[in-house]
Design a binder for this molecule. Structure first.
Ligand code: ADP
Ligand code: 5GP
Length: 189
């Protein structure tokens, strides 16, 4: 089975299920897909590994590296910096795997101004209420962070509904169906 592109950008509101879907994909196809490990200044959540889920760095370090031109894109989301280094994508591409980026809407807009030319997939929650339940249910955010993420979600959902913003939309209501829909967006029939 061939993928329709060598690089995919997965985006969608915080709590929409991007990590859950990607983890499943990496578990099922460990030799096919690789994750573009972003940098972030946020604190690791329990279970997150430095260098695997993210490169967890200090703000000063990240600002320096961004200024030095080492990032394809970077953005501030919910009070923390996030960014995709050139090396993060290169490492995956050079390993011969299909590269998966999990980035926010600002990152999507920035990547559109580069030569990367990925396929863009939007992961949409069934409703804002369900999104809020899942985000709270994950239990990883402070009340302040939940509020900031829900505010950002409104903008992400509006952008997701803009014609042409994404190549495919995956609605994550039932997880099984969402995973099937993700696979159909990635693999050629
Ligand atoms: P994101 O990476 O987009 O921020 P997560 O993958 O962390 O989102 O998912 C947010 C929460 O919702 C997690 O606790 C996850 O287990 C849960 N979740 C994801 N998809 C579903 C689903 N289809 N049904 C119920 N819960 C889900
Ligand atoms: P979280 O803190 O929940 O892991 O991620 C918060 C948001 O940051 C999510 O929307 C996620 O897609 C986004 N994100 C993660 N890595 C990057 C990145 O490298 N660049 C950008 N622009 N956003 C990122």
């Amino acid at each position: 089975m061939q993928t329709v592109a060598k690089i995919f950008v997965i985006s969608g509101p915080s709590g929409s299920g991007k990590s859950t879907l990607l983890k499943r994909l990496f578990a099922e196809y460990p030799d096919t897909f690789g994750f573009s490990v972003s940098h972030t200044t946020r604190k690791p959540r329990p279970g997150e590994e430095n260098g695997k889920d993210y490169h967890f760095v200090l703000k000063e370090h990240m600002e320096e590296q961004v200024a030095a031109g080492k990032f394809i894109e970077s953005a501030t989301f919910s009070g923390n910096m996030y960014g995709t280094s050139i090396k993060a994508v290169e490492d995956v591409v050079e390993s011969g795997k299909v590269c998966m980026l999990d980035i926010d809407m600002q990152g999507v807009k920035s990547v559109k101004n580069t030569q990367l030319n990925p396929r863009y997939i939007f992961v949409r929650p069934p409703t804002l209420e369900v999104l809020e339940q899942r985000l709270r249910g994950r239990g990883t955010e402070t009340e302040e962070a939940v509020t900031a993420r829900l505010e950002a979600s409104q903008r992400e959902l509006e952008y997701g509904d803009t014609p042409g913003a994404y190549d495919r939309i995956v609605i994550n209501d039932d997880l099984e169906s969402a995973y099937k829909s993700l696979k159909s967006a990635i693999f050629e029939a």
